[in-house]
Design a protein around this ligand. Structure first.
Ligand code: SF4
Length: 213
């Protein structure tokens, strides 16, 4: 069992419900999508082959409580399913960041899935796998990265259409770095009384999105 890994590092969680928590990140290489605003393009290619045991040993060396498996699109490597299960077995609180384009039904139920729904501004709205929504549990989270008012209105519509506020623990609205002012998005959310969480990607403010953070 082996995986292609771009990086494994210890940092503060930049997104989602555990934002600010020290976390080990396992970034798997490769992604079949090409979002216009992608901030992880360095993970599209390259990487190094690691055995699953070596990945688990490296994660353990940090002594973490939280582990996040991310990419790229981690589910593009089928071995990711086994890795997630082993990380849960080891006692970590495990989350998976996934694009929403690949099936999530085989992901261990103990894993917190942080699943994107790609808005039109991503250029990948046609890749959303609608069947995934039925696989989300009340412990999971849905993330929308928004670039424009059109994206925002689309996201609002998806939340209503799929009953997302009732289905998952958090609906995250994240402004695209440098394309949508966080304050503008905050004002839209407040004006519409939306029960979403605005997220600002802490790692970009702290480390300007440098790899390894
Ligand atoms: S799914 Fe994620 S890694 Fe893949 S292109 Fe989109 S933002 Fe980048």
């Amino acid at each position: 069992m082996s995986l292609r890994i771009t990086e494994i590092f210890y940092s503060l969680q930049g997104e989602a419900r555990t934002v600010g928590r020290p976390t080990v990140f396992v970034r798997l290489t490769g992604c079949p999508l090409r979002c216009t605003w992608c901030d992880s393009a360095y993970a599209f290619q390259g990487g190094t082959i690691w055995s699953e045991d070596k990945v688990l040993a490296e994660v353990a060396s940090f002594g973490p409580q939280y582990v996040t498996v991310t990419g790229g699109e981690p589910l593009a490597q089928p071995e990711c399913i086994s890795l997630l299960e082993k990380l849960c077995d080891a006692g970590y609180e495990v989350s998976l960041e996934t694009s929403g384009a690949l099936a999530i039904d085989a992901v261990d139920a103990r894993v917190v899935k942080v699943m994107d729904l790609k808005a039109p501004g991503s250029g990948e709205v046609h890749r959303n796998r609608v069947e995934n929504i039925a696989c989300l549990s009340p412990n999971d989270q849905v993330k929308f990265v928004l670039s424009t008012r059109e994206d925002y209105d689309w996201a609002k519509m998806q939340c209503d259409l799929h009953g997302l506020y009732e289905r998952v623990s958090d609906v995250l609205f994240s402004p695209t770095h440098e394309l949508l002012e966080p304050r503008t998005l905050a004002e839209w959310i407040l004006a519409d009384r939306l029960p979403v969480r605005l997220q600002l990607q802490l790692h970009k403010y702290l480390w300007n999105n440098a790899p390894g953070h």
